[in-house]
Structure formats: structure tokens, C-alpha cells
Design a protein around this ligand. Sequence first.
Ligand code: RB5
Length: 148
Amino acid sequence: MIVLASDHAGFPLKEEIKTFLDGKGVEYIDCGTDSTASVDYAKFAQTACLKVTGGEADKAILCCGTGIGISMAANKVKGIRAACCSDYFSAKFTRMHNDANVLCMGARVIGGGLACELVDVFLNTEFEGGRHQRRVDQITAIENGEIL
Ligand code: RB5
């Protein structure tokens, strides 16, 4: 299960991604927003990310204008590793090397076609583990207040 969320700026891109996921038969939960009326992105990021950390969803896809604000908010949720991506290589390698569980994109940065390609590779690329697991564990240690 995938969870989606956006603010007003990301709303049109979220809708395009939903159409793409429908075509692929991928199930998702839509946490809003549901229009282009202005809203604040932090709450939408938090609602979606808590579904990931709570086990209701495996990954989240978040959209705002730049992808940045919503990724900053997402990364404040314990257990979330959110990557703001606008290119294919980053969307692939943030899964392989960072075990990212949230993909963030900017609706004012990339078009729907590229965004759907990023979603596809993000959802279908496995974490490599190995030395990368040690590095991800260090990120978690920072999150837990440890000094590396
Ligand atoms: C909204 O205007 C915009 O600031 C927001 O979508 C996002 O780009 C923030 O990072």
C-alpha cells in the first residue's frame, strides 16, 4: 500500500500520479489535499508519514510546489527517510543506497510524465543493504540523539 499527500501546489501532480498508479493497479491511500485551495503542507506530510511509520503503508509519495517544504516536514517524522527528487538517477539510488521510504516531488519543478517515471522506479527498486545499511543505521542514530 502506498500513501499520497500534497498541498495545493502539489495537488495537480498528485492527481496525475493517482491516474498513473490506477493504470498500474497499485493501491494507495490519498491523504489530501483535495483541491488547489491554499493549505499548509506540514500537516499533510505528517498524516501520510504516520501511515508509513505506523505500518499502514509501505511508502509515501508527497508533492508540493518545490517538493522541498513537504520533504523537510516529512523528515521530522521519526523513522522517515524522505528524498526530494527531480531526476531518475536520484529516485533510483535513494532507494538502493538510502532505503528512502518517502519520495517528494515539486509540481512547479517537474512535469507529470517525469514524476510518474520517478514514482515507478522508486516503488520498484530494492534497498541494497550491506554497507548502506550501516549508513542508514547512522541516520537513525542521529534521529535518536546519539552523537556519532
Ligand atoms: C506553496 O506556495 C509552496 O510554498 C509550497 O508548495 C512548497 O513549494 C514549499 O516548499
